[in-house]
Ligand binder design. Structure first.
Ligand SMILES: Cc1cc2nc3c(=O)[nH]c(=O)nc-3n(C[C@H](O)[C@H](O)[C@H](O)COP(=O)(O)O)c2cc1C
Length: 215
């Protein structure tokens, strides 16, 4: 089986964002791995309006051209690492908006999280895991949380994440788990494509959630 493709999504876009530091650090980490192909997706390159479609693209084709480009890009990948800040104990609005702008493209794929902030964006990551479930994704257990003195040092005192060797065991475990789930789900998706009968039957009445139901 060819290597899976994994996107590293940068989840904040403001001009002075910290996000570039964990993104560069993670790119350095994955450069040393041979079990997946990684590509960075920067939400700055997909400036989508606040969600303004008639429905999720599960039900109606998206009209906004940037969002269509975003969906097409997401569809290229088998798994994702989302790098997330924490704004008021939640993910950034721009990240949640980007997640809302796709649906089938996320389905049955694994996702891992790298969070940063005073508590390593732990509260944002927990919310993102819930969002991922509704998108029919498999959020994996291990995350990287750049927190406390590590975050403050890197954010305000010029410390380099590359020098924080204690982050390595977690990022290795996270990427190992992500690769395992990504490969497992890729094989399962391909098996289902070959035999559509293997698709789980969805109880539309009980499982359709407001977020994806047409207005
Ligand atoms: C609107 C706003 C809300 C914030 N809320 C939190 C928070 O709840 N928890 C936290 O750890 N940091 C919080 N911060 C501080 C961020 O962790 C810090 O600004 C970080 O650099 C944001 O990521 P970014 O630079 O990639 O946008 C907040 C920052 C902003 C701008």
């Amino acid at each position: 089986m060819p290597n899976p493709k994994i996107a590293i999504i940068i989840g904040s876009t403001r001009a002075t964002r910290f996000a570039d530091k964990p993104a560069a650090w993670l790119q350095g980490v994955v450069a040393g791995r041979t079990d997946a192909e990684y590509e960075v997706l920067d939400l700055r390159d997909y400036p989508m309006p606040f969600f303004d479609e008639v429905a999720s693209n599960l039900y109606a084709p998206t009209q906004n051209e940037v969002a269509v480009r975003w969906q097409q890009k997401l569809a290229e990948f088998d798994g994702y690492v989302i790098i997330t800040a924490e704004y008021n104990r939640a993910p950034t609005g721009v990240l949640k908006n980007a997640m809302d702008y796709a649906y089938p493209e996320w389905n049955k794929k694994a996702v891992a999280f790298v969070g940063y902030g005073s508590v390593g964006a732990a509260r944002a990551v927990e919310q993102l895991r819930t969002v991922a479930v509704e998108l029919q994704m498999a959020p994996i257990r291990t995350a990287v949380h750049i927190q406390g003195v590590d975050f403050m040092g890197a954010w305000q005192q010029g410390a380099a994440l590359e020098d924080m060797a204690h982050l390595q065991p977690n990022v290795t475990a996270m990427l190992d788990e992500l690769t395992w789930w990504t490969n497992a789900l890729k094989a399962a998706r391909e098996a289902t494509r070959a035999d559509p009968q293997a698709e789980p039957v969805t109880d539309e009445a009980s499982s359709a959630e407001e977020a994806t139901t047409p207005a």
